[in-house]
Design a protein around this ligand. Structure first.
Ligand SMILES: *Cc1c(COP(=O)(O)O)cnc(C)c1O
Length: 466
């Protein structure tokens, strides 16, 4: 093992050094991928030297997600304490189904879950679990809603059509999960949003009443804490009473921005969370742990047992259910995703988590102010969000983002809303500083000036100033 660790040490040190001068790895057109790198698996072993070389090539060719030039998705950065926790969980290779196989890891996971429940002021009846992504924690929430609406559905299958409600700006996992659950994509109701991307309460009421009249049974309301494009927060306070009135399970999908629970300054964005049935968030997004670290919290833990436990005498041989987390999870074998989060939390404290979250909003303010102040930009997003959506000098956002990528300049993506395309800058890397955000704009401006192809016909004739 020591040899492998030495190799890891060499390659990772070289990568981290190289990232300083090359924050974006060289773009490889997908057409050339299999020609450029040696992926082929052969009958015979290769020498240690060749092996090191090929590993190094793949590592160096991979997209760099921890540098100040990566703004492409809803994750980024490299928190060293969390990385350390992740490396140790790989080395230990425990599985989370039983106490016998997990041991101390069960204590780590349960402590994280308990502390999150305490943070949202849920009592002893609450609990949770981890799943391999926000799509799957959302899936688990929808299943619990379905099983609550019809207690016999686990045995008999679906018999009466049920409906689920989510905003038109919510994540695509909602319709996907409705298909998995046997609810069906056609029974997903996309509720209209206001100008700032929040679900409109009156529209929700209209839709529920119409569905009841048509013979459907409303079952699940999904509210989003941080929509994928705008980073908007549905108002839990306004929408939860509607769900309660119609006996609908309320889930908050906080995959992107649910981590605001750790911030005294920003937890007002999820005011009312204490009253919902379930809540999920990805610590690999705002908190910055390595992928994946997705938590599902449930106010009444009996719902978790009801939907996910199963008899398995070959597996559950010692201890009570509390120490056998396999009784409440989607998977059987499951990796220890809690250790990286626990390691970070333990070392920086809840106050440290709060700083991480607040820093992202501070960076977002810097970016938004820059866009507002510069007449060449147009802002399409709103305050209290870490997504900054903008257009620049009439450039086409899709072309601009693609060319920035293909020229190894910046990794940033575009978004679309109400027939408007724009660049979406996400300030999720809390290790960035003001300078990194300002450098982003400088790089983008210089790139547009030097690359006429990014300029749309209407803007080419305008004078260029940087
Ligand atoms: C990222 C995201 C998800 C999906 O999470 P994965 O871990 O990528 O599966 C779900 N909902 C929202 C709002 C997200 O931003």
């Amino acid at each position: 093992m020591q040899k492998a660790l030495d190799l890891f040490q060499r390659i990772s040190s070289d990568l981290i050094n190289d990232e300083k001068s090359h924050p974006v790895s060289d773009y490889i057109p997908s057409k050339r991928l299999y020609k450029q790198l040696d992926f082929a698996l052969r009958d015979n072993p290769i020498s240690e030297k060749e092996f090191e070389e090929v590993l190094r090539e793949i590592v160096f060719a991979s997209p760099r997600t921890a540098t100040p030039s990566f703004f492409n998705q809803l994750f980024g950065g490299r928190n060293e304490t969390a990385v350390l926790g992740e490396l140790l969980s790989v080395l230990l290779n425990n599985s989370m189904y039983t106490y016998k196989a997990g041991g101390a890891a069960v204590g780590v996971e349960k402590s994280v879950l308990r502390s999150v429940c305490n943070t949202i002021r849920w009592g002893e009846d609450s609990d949770g679990t981890f799943a391999s992504g926000g799509s799957l924690t959302n899936f688990m929430a929808m299943l619990m809603a379905r099983d609550t609406t019809f207690q016999d559905v686990r045995k008999k299958g679906m018999h009466t059509p049920i409906t689920v409600y989510t905003s038109e700006e919510s994540h695509y996992s909602i319709p996907k999960n409705a298909a998995f659950c046997g609810i069906g994509r056609d029974q997903v109701r996309y509720i209209a949003t206001d100008k700032k991307g929040k679900m409109i309460p009156q529209e929700l009421i209209f839709q529920i009443e119409e569905d009841i009249d048509d013979g459907y049974v409303p079952s699940f309301l999904n509210l989003t804490a941080g929509t994928t494009v705008l980073g908007a927060f549905d108002s839990i306070e306004d929408l939860l009473p509607i769900a309660r009135k119609y006996n609908i399970w309320t889930h908050v999908d906080g995959a992107y921005c649910g981590s605001v629970i750790f911030s005294n300054r920003y937890n007002n964005l999820i005011k009312g969370l204490q009253g919902v049935n379930s809540f999920s968030f990805n610590a690999h997004k705002m908190i910055g742990t390595p992928l994946t670290c997705s938590l599902l919290l449930v106010k009444d833990k009996t719902q978790l047992y009801r939907s996910f436990s199963n008899e398995a005498s070959y597996l559950y041989q010692t201890e009570t259910d509390e120490f056998n987390p396999g009784q409440t999870s989607l998977q059987c074998g499951r990796r220890n995703d809690a250790l990286k989060f626990w390691a970070l939390w333990k070392s920086v404290g809840t106050k440290g988590l709060e700083k991480i979250v607040d820093k992202q909003f501070a960076l977002a303010d810097i970016a938004r102010n820059y866009v507002k102040k510069h007449p060449d930009y147009e802002l399409h997003s709103f305050d209290d969000s870490i997504s900054i959506c903008f257009s620049y000098k009439g450039t086409d956002a899709k072309t601009l983002c693609r060319e920035l990528y293909e020229n190894n300049t910046l990794l940033v993506s575009y978004g679309e809303r109400k027939n408007q395309d724009f660049v979406r800058l996400v300030t999720i890397n809390a290790q960035n500083e003001e300078k990194d955000i300002l450098d982003f704009f400088k790089l983008l401006e210089r790139f547009v000036q030097e690359n006429k192809s990014t300029q749309s016909a209407s803007s080419i004739s305008e004078p260029q100033d940087v």
